[in-house]
Design a protein around this ligand. Structure first.
Ligand code: PLP
Length: 434
């Protein structure tokens, strides 16, 4: 390797390491991780680099297979300074050593699919949680199967279900989500990691609902931690993005080369800039989301019209003990089932669309604004062709958490009293109102 190229690589590697001297505490990493003063301007706020191409001073290979994360900037689909800054910040928050352990994508779905299609081949087998983000469930059910990759869906809240589905030699990946959409059931990451590794498989954890403020999956033994950046990490509902962080820079390099550079679903620099700006306040926001959601969950739990409230930090959550062990805080996600079945739920949903003044009846989560949405069990889990297509015992288990339909609520950063007042408008008073 020519001396100049070596020197450029050393400089680039040093830049990607300014992740944050590992000694910094979490809120400091959220603010400063991945950032460094721009040498030419000394700007305190890092510049947004929109350039798609970069002048190079040495011949470089044009093959994705030859490229390393520490190479000089060449082309923004390969790597971009603003995107790398976000990757380095997220790696630092997830406890990974450098920006080379993280690769960002244009959405959470792009990150998930890039991870699967970069790591799996025809003939492989995956074990997947039976309740999770519907898009990922559908990819496992349809896309992976078309490419000859078999998927088994299990209730991953019982590690032994994962263990029973593992096929030694064939299972390459276990994919879980905790807390999982929309029922907020948890999976014991350390227990499932041990089982997966025992069978020669890797473990990927979608940690979108938890965020690194609550849980750091890599530290619990996961090999990959996947995020939709569109949710809490951005935090303001104005950018779509995704990322995967890994224990091994080589494995992440493989996802970057194939899933990023070849499949091409990379994150735009402008979105990376907005998301990284949101990440600076993640620790403050998550504390407020958790406090507000706790107040809303307690109000719902005491409500005579509410059949069931799912919130990991309520003592009534069946995995409350695991929540305390695995999650440092709750996040803003609460889900609940109304008494009266599907008709009552659909009627309440219609009233929410028309009468809520503050909470938006809308999909997505993790924004500063509170959001609520009804997911009926028929539509999400039961109907042939639904995202989960559950039958038998698995459907019965899902129904215990979600009844005929579950309201998924993302409690925002408003004053929780105002959020509760808006819910009271639809649901009437709770036992806590006097
Ligand atoms: C939103 C979400 C996704 C998909 O992310 P997008 O950014 O919308 O593509 C994946 N997993 C979970 C848990 C999500 O909430």
């Amino acid at each position: 390797m020519p001396a100049l190229l070596r020197r450029v690589r050393r400089l680039a590697a040093a830049r990607s390491r300014c992740a944050g001297s590992k000694a910094w505490h979490f809120p400091t990493l959220a603010v400063h991780g991945g950032e460094a003063l721009d040498p030419s301007s000394k700007a305190s706020t890092p510049p947004l680099v929109l350039s798609t191409t970069f002048a190079v001073s040495e011949p470089l290979s044009f093959s994705a297979n030859e490229l390393r994360a520490s190479d000089p900037w060449v082309y923004t689909r390969w790597a971009n300074p603003t995107v790398r800054q976000l990757e380095t910040k997220l790696a630092a928050l997830e406890g990974a050593p450098s920006g080379e352990h993280c690769v960002a994508f244009g959405s959470g779905m792009a990150a998930s699919v890039a991870t699967m299609l970069s790591l799996l081949s025809a003939g492989d087998h995956v074990v997947v949680s039976d309740a999770q983000y519907p898009g990922v469930a559908e990819v496992c059910r349809h896309t992976l199967r078309r490419f000859g990759i078999a998927a088994d869906f299990v209730d991953a809240s019982e590690p032994r279900n994962v263990g029973a589905a593992l096929r030694k030699g064939a299972t390459k990946l276990v994919w879980i989500e905790t807390p999982c959409n929309p029922i907020l059931r948890l999976t014991d990451i350390a227990a499932v990691a041990a089982l997966a590794h025992g069978a020669g498989a890797e473990l990927a954890v979608d940690s979108t609902f938890a965020t690194p403020c609550a849980t750091r999956p890599l530290e619990l033994g996961a090999d990959f931690c996947v995020h939709s950046l569109s949710k809490y990490l951005c935090g303001h509902g104005d950018s779509i993005g995704g990322a995967v962080v890994g224990r091994s820079a080589e494995r992440i390099g493989a996802i970057r080369a194939e899933g990023g550079m070849h499949h091409g679903g990379v994150l735009a620099p402008f979105n990376a800039y907005l998301i990284a700006r949101g990440m600076a306040t993640l620790p403050l926001r998550m504390r407020a989301h958790s406090e507000n959601a706790t107040a809303v969950a307690r109000w719902l739990e005491a409500h005579p019209g509410v059949e069931r409230t799912n919130f990991p930090f309520l003592e009534s959550h069946p995995q409350h003990e695991l929540a305390r062990r695995q999650m440092a805080m709750a996040s803003g996600m609460v889900s609940f089932v109304l008494k009266g079945g599907k008709a009552a739920a659909e009627q309440a949903a219609r009233r929410m669309m028309e009468e809520l003044e503050l909470v938006h009846y809308a999909v997505s989560l993790g924004h500063q604004r509170s959001l609520i949405y009804l997911l009926t069990t028929e539509d999400l889990a039961e109907r042939p062709g639904s995202s989960y297509e559950l039958v038998g015992e698995q459907l019965a288990t899902y129904r215990r958490w979600a009844g005929d339909g579950i309201f998924r609520m993302s409690v925002g950063l408003e004053d929780s009293r105002d959020v509760i007042q808006d819910l009271r408008r639809i649901l009437g008073p709770s036992g806590l109102d006097h």
